[in-house]
Design a protein around this ligand. Structure first.
Ligand code: GTP
Ligand code: SPV
Ligand code: MN
Length: 593
């Protein structure tokens, strides 16, 4: 008997009967438990000690080489009706899905320990937080869940008080891509994941619970579960504006959340506070504003590209007590990845490094670290009521067309901007990299229901009493004719955030264009950036004919959602298309004359 909650006891017994482990360990979340787990993994070889002089408390885990990213083609959302999953998800009949995956779970934990992990997503006393229990046979998963969530006795006490929780069953299985499924049953608040030990496939509190299941719950309960960072921008007057931003996987959330202001800004007194780097749960407060919490307690961040020049806060965070996954190692046993100084000697697979084998660190190699280790970590990350949002930002990797920044004229227009988001694919999921695809609100792999219904849910927040954040779209990745990024990015992104905050405060007017409000020529602070005006012009250029084509493509994409696409979004699309046609007309006449 390990829980006072009968439904939890029963479920654990049921899972044990199916998977037949040698023993069952209920996680209490203590440091002693964590230390013992690490010792066991070191003995088994699933964890390798890194240089304890330079990186105290740091370890390396190497995944199976065919298990290094999310697998979208093996991820299913299984409501009773296929239509409710939408064209944005893979669907399977729930009874068939259970049958298929239970056959894999049958006896899969024989001779192994089954861990029962009670966890809380969000501050433990927050009304916005939600709890779950993950059952797993992977000690690596337990260790990561310890860092990424509020895990253990306190979470279990909340679960026993509330009487309900999300059930997540995970087994690494044989790590065989042919015997791998990540299944979601939103109507049963249940997740079943078999055959992968990698992050988003295996740490079930993260994408499976906090996005796919939570987005479904949020829809019926009147809130939003989003793939967004949350950052606080404190101006020299000491006011802090909170901004949430949705960028697709490996498109800059961690970096923006930990931004270090350019020198001139630092000297003037600007500060940046990190609340979250991947997931944001938000809901309207009594004052009509949207309040946001970070349901996570740690960062599972992309290692490659993280350096003293791009993200010193991340680099400082991971100098100790960090689990690295699939990075390379130097001659003196320090973790290494592309973008760091030094030389790798061992690659992510543990082989002697040979450039002929590709990058030394896997492009989706990651670090797992407690959020509290971040120098800019904000106490407000523990605030039970969350932080009020001034702005929500959408963005993706767009080598052309999309300007550095634009503001939506109103909420409906902003929802269209979010729905129309596109980005080049990255190494965070298996499959081709660098292919442009639509990724509405950066939720394509994570929305637990029909995108048409999801857009309607977003629109429903536009109520008379609401004091909604302003909506923006950014693109740090526009390229010049030389193929290089036009915008320096990273710390300089604060220049763009500052413009947004000035818009929120009503201190600048911007310029209305058919696609949205862009900064007027002198409204973006470029002092000390070395960016010439010509470059800014290229970053802000609106190519009307190309935008007309884009609107056409957006229209075709929205059509995929059929009758579930809200009419308001169609109207908004028609409005923007008409504004572009107006803008194109005088040019055509001039050309024809
Ligand atoms: P997930 O954890 O997969 O959801 O990703 P994320 O959105 O947190 O991505 P992250 O911040 O880790 O960035 C991924 C990659 O984008 C890294 O290689 C960064 O160096 C790069 N990157 C981030 N911000 C910028 C930027 O402003 N400009 C440019 N050019 N690259 C950036
Ligand atoms: C992402 O892919 O968006 C991540 C990493 O943040 S994972 O946890 O694997 O989803
Ligand atoms: Mn993510």
């Amino acid at each position: 008997m390990s829980s006072t909650l009968q439904s939890l006891e029963n479920w654990v017994a049921e899972v044990a009967a199916l998977t037949r482990p040698a023993n069952i360990h209920w996680c209490d979340g203590s440091e002693a438990e964590y230390a013992a787990l690490k010792q066991q993994m070191l003995r088994e070889g699933t964890l390798v000690e890194l240089n304890q002089q330079t990186h105290p408390g740091c370890y390396l885990h190497r995944s199976h080489p065919l298990d290094v990213a999310r697998v979208e083609h093996l991820t299913f959302v299984c409501p009773p009706q296929r239509e409710d999953a939408g064209p944005n998800n893979h669907w399977m009949d729930p009874a068939e899905a259970h049958r298929k995956i239970d056959a894999l779970f049958d006896g899969c934990m024989q001779g192994r320990t089954m861990y029962v992990i009670p966890y809380c997503m969000g501050p433990i006393d927050s009304p916005l937080a939600r709890c779950g229990v993950e059952i797993t046979d992977s000690a690596y998963v337990v260790a990561n869940m310890k860092i990424m969530t509020r895990m253990g006795a306190a979470a279990q006490a909340r679960i026993e008080r509330e009487g309900s929780f999300v059930k997540g069953l995970h087994s690494s299985g044989e790590l065989d891509p042919e015997r791998r499924f990540i299944m979601h049953f939103p109507h049963e608040l249940t997740i079943k994941s078999y055959g992968s030990g990698y992050g988003g496939n295996a740490l079930l509190g993260k994408k499976c619970h906090a996005l796919r299941i939570a987005s479904h719950q949020a829809r019926s309960e009147g809130w939003l579960a989003e793939h967004m960072l949350i950052v606080g921008i404190e101006n020299p007057q000491g006011e802090t504006h909170y901004v949430a931003a949705a960028f697709p996987s490996a498109c800059g959330k961690t970096n923006l959340a930990m931004l270090i202001p350019p020198q001139g800004y630092r000297e003037a007194g600007w500060k940046v506070w990190t609340i979250g780097d991947d997931i944001c749960w938000m809901r309207p407060g009594a004052d009509g504003r949207l309040y946001a919490i970070n349901p996570e307690a740690g960062f599972f961040g992309v290692a490659p590209g993280t350096s003293a020049s791009t993200n010193p806060n991340a680099l400082n965070s991971i100098a100790r007590d960090t689990i690295f996954t699939n990075v390379a190692v130097t001659a003196d046993n320090q973790p290494w990845w592309e973008g760091l100084p030094g030389t790798p000697v061992t690659d992510w697979q543990g082989r002697a490094y040979d450039p002929a084998n590709g990058p030394a660190a896997h492009p989706n190699s990651r670090f797992t670290v407690s959020a509290r280790q971040c120098p800019t970590w904000s106490e407000q990350a523990e605030a039970a009521q969350g932080v009020p949002l001034s702005a929500i930002v959408f963005g993706g990797r767009r080598p052309s067309l999309l300007p550095l920044v634009m503001e939506a004229r109103d909420w409906s227009h902003g929802v269209l901007m979010g729905a129309a988001m596109g980005s080049e694919t990255t190494a965070a999921a298996t499959g081709a990299v660098g292919v442009l695809r639509r990724d509405s609100m950066a939720m394509k792999p994570f929305c637990g229901y029909h995108y048409g219904d999801y857009f309607a849910h977003w629109l429903s927040f536009d109520q008379p009493q609401a004091r909604l954040p302003k909506l923006f779209h950014v693109n740090w990745f526009r390229k010049g004719s030389d193929g290089k990024f036009l915008w320096p990015g990273f710390g300089d992104n604060l220049r763009v955030l500052e413009w947004m905050i000035k818009r929120v405060q009503g201190r600048v007017d911007g310029v209305e264009t058919p696609i949205g409000i862009l900064p007027a020529h002198d409204e973006l602070e470029l002092d000390g950036s070395g960016i010439e005006r010509a470059r800014l012009d290229a970053l802000l250029a609106v190519d009307t004919p190309a935008w007309q084509e884009e609107l056409h493509a957006i229209g075709a994409y929205l059509d995929e959602f059929g009758s579930r696409l809200p009419e308001r979004l169609r109207q908004e699309h028609r409005r923007v298309a008409a504004a572009l046609a107006d803008a194109a007309r005088p040019q055509c006449e001039a050309a024809g004359a």
